[in-house]
Write a new protein. Structure first.
Length: 318
């Protein structure tokens, strides 16, 4: 949606052009691509919220583990906060709230993924482990933290300078390896080039710096993930599930790097930019869950995990 600069296509909230959001006419929704994208975003988000509420309610009915219940509550709070934050972003026309809205979505994804993992059969029986489980978890969580920082930098660029790149070329920066973009005269030349050659709006030195950090950190992260993945499978006792998972994570990192470069070379094609965001979310989620699974495998399944009686058991139903 932000890739198409459609985030403010509907100016009111929680309604849509004065209509109840869920009763907005299909003919008006499809009359404009921008309105269709923004309104569809709201409907899908509402669906995710309802599903989250349903799952959380079911968890509290049938699962006694406190961790699972807390994750369910956290997911509900995050999805509600995400909806309210998105609405305030529209009402207040604030790109900072839009940035927070995008980052909170990533946190919700991590909590929802953690809930799914904790409800899986793997959580009850993680199988054999080795002495490197916690080392692998720390390594992958560190790299996932860098990936989340990349998400924040990407959100800054998408919301503060929507629709256009701050730097149109790669690996150079406006034809040079390190132009003095902080200098007013150099920045003026850059913006003149953008206006005459690219027909793009002016940019700022802060946005240029943000993109430099984003692309540099992206290259470092991809290299770190590949090297970290190789390091983590050096032992013959490494579990097979970890080998498969971390190999997929490394491949995802390389694809994400290539997508990022392609976004620049195509002048920020919206479809590629959207795919880049999706791959970034997948990279973050995969890394987090691999770390969580490795941490789980390092400890016995139940010695630290307290439980409470479910309402169904208290009623004698289950």
């Amino acid at each position: 949606m932000t890739s198409k600069v459609a985030g403010m296509a509907v100016p009111d909230w929680p309604g849509t052009f004065g209509h109840n959001m869920f009763l907005f006419p299909w003919s008006k929704m499809t009359a404009s691509t921008m309105v269709f994208l923004e309104h569809s975003h709201r409907l899908v988000a509402s669906g995710v919220g309802l599903i989250t509420l349903g799952v959380a309610g079911l968890v509290w009915l049938v699962r006694p583990e406190r961790l699972v219940r807390r994750l369910a509550v956290a997911a509900v709070l995050l999805v509600i906060g995400q909806g309210v934050l998105g609405g305030q972003r529209v009402i207040q026309v604030s790109w900072i709230l839009g940035l927070m809205h995008g980052c909170l979505a990533q946190l919700f994804l991590l909590v929802a993924g953690s809930l799914a993992l904790s409800l899986s059969g793997f959580w009850k029986n993680p199988g054999r482990t080795d002495d490197d489980s916690m080392s692998r978890a720390r390594m992958i969580w560190f790299l996932s933290g860098i990936a989340f920082l990349q998400t924040i930098l990407g959100a800054v660029m998408r919301h503060e300078g929507p629709g256009f790149l701050a730097i149109p070329d790669f690996p150079k920066i406006y034809g040079a390896w390190w132009p003095a973009f902080w200098d007013a005269a150099v920045l003026q030349k850059i913006n003149t080039l953008r206006a005459l050659d690219l027909q793009w709006p002016a940019t700022t030195s802060s946005l240029i710096l943000c993109q430099i950090l984003h692309r540099s950190l992206g290259l470092i992260l991809a290299l770190g993930i590949v090297l970290g993945s190789i390091w983590s499978v050096r032992s013959v006792r490494t579990p097979a599930w970890w080998r498969r998972g971390v190999t997929g994570w490394a491949v995802l990192a390389l694809l994400q790097m290539m997508l990022g470069i392609s976004v620049i070379w195509t002048g920020r094609l919206p479809e590629l930019a959207t795919l880049h965001v999706l791959f970034g979310a997948g990279l973050l989620l995969t890394g987090w869950l691999l770390g969580l699974a490795s941490w789980r495998s390092a400890y016995p399944p139940s010695h630290w995990e307290p439980t409470v009686a479910s309402p169904l058991k208290k009623a004698g139903i289950a």
